[in-house]
Design a protein around this ligand. Structure first.
Ligand SMILES: *Cc1c(COP(=O)(O)O)cnc(C)c1O
Length: 405
């Protein structure tokens, strides 16, 4: 399919380009010593990811350890309640450890093993990425250092416990605001010193090249499976596909299976409490071009041009930018990005639980809310939603702040 002059049948060969750019977005804006490490990872990735051995081993792990393929479920009761549009969900909540994040963590850790590294390093905010990476590190017998701010360690006690049980070393970051930004800096500093023995594992389609590409490729399995399963189930492609966008990894992998098809694609950002800066994390909708954390993308900035404070009821979505590929897909108009606020998200959280017996992660509930909106507005068609994770981690928070709706 050709869209705006871009041929999507050869898209993956051309995007990103050799320097890691999707149009003007992406790249690697980092210190020279880290540049060397990124080149090493890029070269290793391009060689290793094509080897039969690596591909076969990753396939086997996906099947035997992760429990893939995850199914697609038809939301029959919810669809009937809302009208004639048929809603479906791709069940990443059933991927081992309860979300899509393990898809790229297993890929990154397997790459570390093939590169002869002994350790994986990452930062985490809400702790979901830390838990997924600790899971992968345990599987491969790699050391695992997770950098986390003091404030986040206190807030996310269950995830800190999970990481420790899985054998990871949680490194407390005590300076500055003691949250994600400081943890990113500390993890990068550690990596610059340790890159001979360690590999940095980013938690989304973010950071310097090659990470946005690599993480998308490792998440491609979601879109590939979903396309085949949906065709098998219904004999057709979905009319519309929807995914939530924080950094953008679950959306990037899911969308990548359908970019070359005549399918409407919608990414959903968190509108939080409303459109005022500080009340949301809808970076693609309200942001402007800028460089942060080593890449060029669209971001929310404060009056000094620094990353702005952001908010969402879903801690996995509150990041002031999104992956460079999303900025590009928005610019060329192949993907539409829209927003859903906290309130509609919590409604969707309860609706999906009550009507279908599936408790979604609050992140994923943003995409469900958008699918429900389309089902109310439209007279016919099918919508396939990526259910990026399960809601066990969110139940206490929802009950405490919203009660039972
Ligand atoms: C982390 C997380 C997200 C957001 O991350 P992306 O990189 O945008 O996919 C979405 N859903 C769940 C369940 C998560 O844990």
């Amino acid at each position: 399919m050709i869209h705006n002059g871009i041929d999507f049948s050869t898209y993956f060969k051309n995007y990103p380009d050799e320097s890691g750019f999707f149009g003007k977005y992406g790249g690697a804006y980092i210190a020279p010593e880290l540049q060397k490490a990124m080149v090493e990872i890029t070269e290793a990735y391009f060689t290793i990811c094509k080897s039969r051995k690596f591909i076969d081993e990753l396939r086997r792990i996906r099947r035997e350890f992760q429990g893939r393929p995850t199914p697609i479920s038809h939301l029959e009761r919810l669809s009937n309640k809302l009208g004639n549009v048929q809603l479906y969900v791709k069940r990443e909540d059933l991927n081992h450890s309860g979300a899509h994040k393990l898809n790229h963590c297993m890929g990154e850790a397997l790459l570390a093993k093939y590169m002869g590294k002994k350790k994986v390093i990452a930062e985490t905010g809400a702790g979901q990425h830390g838990v997924a990476l600790a899971t992968a590190a345990a599987y491969f017998g790699l050391e695992c250092d997770i950098y986390m701010g003091t404030v986040d360690i206190k807030k996310q006690a269950p995830n800190v416990a999970r990481m420790k049980i899985l054998g990871a070393n949680v490194v407390e970051v005590t300076h500055g605001l003691q949250t994600l930004k400081e943890a990113v800096d500390a993890a990068f500093d550690a990596y610059a010193k340790e890159y001979h023995d360690a590999i940095y594992c980013i938690g989304s389609v973010l950071g310097p090249h090659p990470f946005p590409m690599m993480v998308r490729d490792f998440q491609h399995v979601v879109g590939e499976e979903a396309r085949e399963q949906f065709l098998h189930m219904t004999g057709e492609l979905p009319d519309t596909i929807v995914a939530c966008v924080g950094g953008g990894s679950n959306a990037a992998g899911f969308f990548s299976g359908f970019l070359n098809d005549p399918v409407e694609i919608i990414g959903v950002e968190p509108l939080g409490r409303g459109p005022k800066l500080g009340d949301h994390a809808a970076s693609l909708k309200y942001g402007t071009e800028g460089i942060m954390h080593g890449f060029n993308s669209i971001m929310l900035k404060d009056e000094n041009g620094e990353p702005a404070p952001v908010y969402s009821v879903a801690s996995g979505l509150d990041y002031p930018s999104s992956g460079p590929e999303h900025a590009f897909l928005q610019e060329i108009g192949r993907v539409q990005y829209d927003v859903v606020d906290d309130d509609a998200t919590i409604d969707a959280f309860f609706e999906l639980s009550r009507m279908e017996g599936i408790i979604p992660a609050i992140e994923s509930a943003h995409a469900v809310a958008y699918g429900m909106k389309l089902a109310r507005e439209r007279s016919h068609g099918s919508v396939l939603i990526n259910l990026s994770g399960r809601g066990d981690k969110d139940m206490d928070y929802v009950i405490e702040h919203y009660g039972i709706r």
